[in-house]
Design a protein around this ligand. Structure first.
Ligand code: ZN
Ligand code: ZN
Length: 135
C-alpha cells in the first residue's frame, strides 16, 4: 500500500497530503533550482498529480528550466517557502520539495541531476547515479 505523506510551507498556510508512492526522487543541481531554493540543490520527489490534495494558496511563477522546458514553481506568498514544482513535460506528476515534508526522512534520492552545475562546496553522495544534464 502506498504511504501517506503530508507537508506544507513554513508558516502552514499551504498544506498537502498525498497517498502515493513517489514516481521519482532526485537532487537537482541546476542553476534555477539553486536560485529558487537559495542553496546548492533542490531535493525533489515527484508524485502522481491526482494523488495530491493541496490546501491554501500556492502562487506560481514560470521559468524555462535548464532542460529548455517550462517549470512552474509554487511558493507560499506569506512565508516564501518553495513547496511545489510543475514540470512542463511531465504534467502527470507534481514535484514536491522534500524539505517541506512533515517527515523528510521518507525522501530517498536515486540520482543527482544537472551535476554539470553542481557547486564545489556541495559534497554529493558518491553512491548516487549522476546525470550531468537532463537525460
Ligand atoms: Zn507559508
Ligand atoms: Zn533543477
Amino acid at each position: 500500500m502506498a504511504q501517506m505523506m503530508s507537508g506544507g510551507c513554513a508558516c502552514r498556510a499551504i498544506r498537502y497530503e498525498c497517498e502515493a508512492d513517489p514516481v521519482f526522487m532526485l537532487n537537482c543541481h541546476c542553476r534555477d533550482c539553486q536560485k529558487a531554493n537559495g542553496s546548492a540543490f533542490a531535493a525533489i520527489l515527484a508524485v502522481p498529480v491526482a494523488a495530491v490534495r493541496l490546501s491554501g494558496e500556492t502562487r506560481y511563477y514560470r521559468v524555462v528550466g535548464d532542460s529548455g522546458h517550462p517549470v512552474d514553481r509554487g511558493f507560499c506568498q506569506a512565508c516564501g517557502s518553495q513547496v511545489t514544482i510543475k514540470i512542463g513535460r511531465r504534467p502527470d506528476v507534481l514535484g514536491l520539495q522534500a524539505g517541506c515534508l512533515d517527515d523528510p526522512s521518507v525522501y530517498r534520492p536515486t540520482k543527482d541531476l544537472f551535476t554539470s552545475s553542481a557547486q564545489s562546496w556541495d559534497p554529493m553522495d558518491r553512491t548516487l547515479k549522476k546525470d550531468p544534464k537532463d537525460p
